[in-house]
Design a protein. Sequence first.
Length: 177
Amino acid sequence: MNDDKSYKEYLANISTFIFDVDGVLTDGTITVTTEGEMLRTMNIKDGFALKTAVDAGYNLCIISGGSNEGVRKRLAGLGIKDIYLGAHNKIEQLDTYLEEKKVSKSEVLYMGDDIPDYPVMKLVGMPCCPQDAVPEIKNISKYISHKNGGKGAVRDVIEQVLKVQGKWNGNFNAKYD
């Protein structure tokens, strides 16, 4: 996205992180067992950053079209309370969440990677994506991480926001595993 402001200028106003799951918190790969269970892999460094952001008082929300309960359990274990799975109208979930939290869209960093994220990313203050996002998403992102989805992209954006706001303070006692 062409903009006169440096992307770091937007980070100072972020109070809320919203993430998609597949392709953002995971690498987009799904392993299907013989029983039909779909398994995903998440990055522990992303988990540490999510837990650090929760502990620092940021709003965190997950909006995903997927509906894997293992994903919910993992993210809830990191302290994330607002997890919308099976969300096929992400704008509706965004609006509901922001109204509940009394947060302006300009305060939201949303990381997505594919076409279902496009409409909601057009509405938030800081749309961003992993390095391996589809071109349409890269074109509307104010920041493209140098990391791929599921490989530290979430950690990258959270750490940058917390550093810009002076809240990345070496909170190495956080429970994140």
